[in-house]
Design a protein around this ligand. Structure first.
Ligand code: AR6
Length: 169
């Protein structure tokens, strides 16, 4: 069955999906932005499990349980910090989406929701980041996997508009 790609606006910590993706940092020990919101909503058990993972390289992904979240799992990935675009940022951001999707499929998950990785504190321009996110999701959706639904969860009106525009092409 083909995987559906959807865009919504809202708080990713409220979604009842098989996995939400966390835009983490390489320590996996929490931070601000969506990372802070996910840890607050999931509770201290999430941090305890993250401590066992010994960090994560940029572009890689690791999975934990969702604890007090409605989501069953959290897939933690580390986006690149934008440093002008010529320091492998596009490839590393692609890897975040590809590795998160692969991890979800390896765990037989049906639904996954992504925030706009790297586009907050890490400064990745939203249009360019969205093109990468959508390209990876479309590429993955053509493969035969467990995933039925890939959701892009935008926090702001402006980000939602960009996703709608990019998905229309
Ligand atoms: N639901 C959905 N999206 C959200 C939420 C939420 N509850 N909260 C924020 N966003 P950022 P990054 C959006 O800065 O750029 C952390 O400190 C936000 O509007 O959270 O990858 C980590 O520990 C933006 O569109 O992540 C790292 O140190 C998007 O999520 C660093 O920030 C990503 O913004 C990672 O930076």
């Amino acid at each position: 069955m083909a995987t559906k790609i959807e865009v919504i606006q809202g708080d990713i910590t409220k979604l009842a999906v098989d996995a939400i993706v966390n835009a983490a940092n390489s320590s996996l020990l929490g931070g601000g932005g969506v990372d802070g919101a996910i840890h607050r909503a999931a509770g201290p058990e999430l941090l305890a499990e993250c401590r066992q993972l010994h960090g994560c390289d940029t572009g890689e992904a690791k999975i934990t349980k969702g604890y007090r979240l409605l989501a069953k799992h959290v897939i933690h990935t580390v986006g690149p910090i934008w440093r002008g675009g010529h320091n492998h940022e596009p490839q590393l951001l692609s890897n975040c989406y590809a590795n998160s999707l692969k991890l979800a499929a390896d765990h037989q998950l049906l639904s996954i929701a992504f925030p706009a990785i790297s586009t907050g504190v890490y400064g990745y321009p939203i249009e360019q980041a969205t093109e990468i996110a959508v390209a990876e999701a479309k590429h993955f959706s053509q493969q035969e996997t467990s995933l039925e639904e890939i959701i892009f969860c935008c926090f702001s009106d402006a980000d939602l508009a960009v996703y709608h525009q990019v998905l229309a092409y």
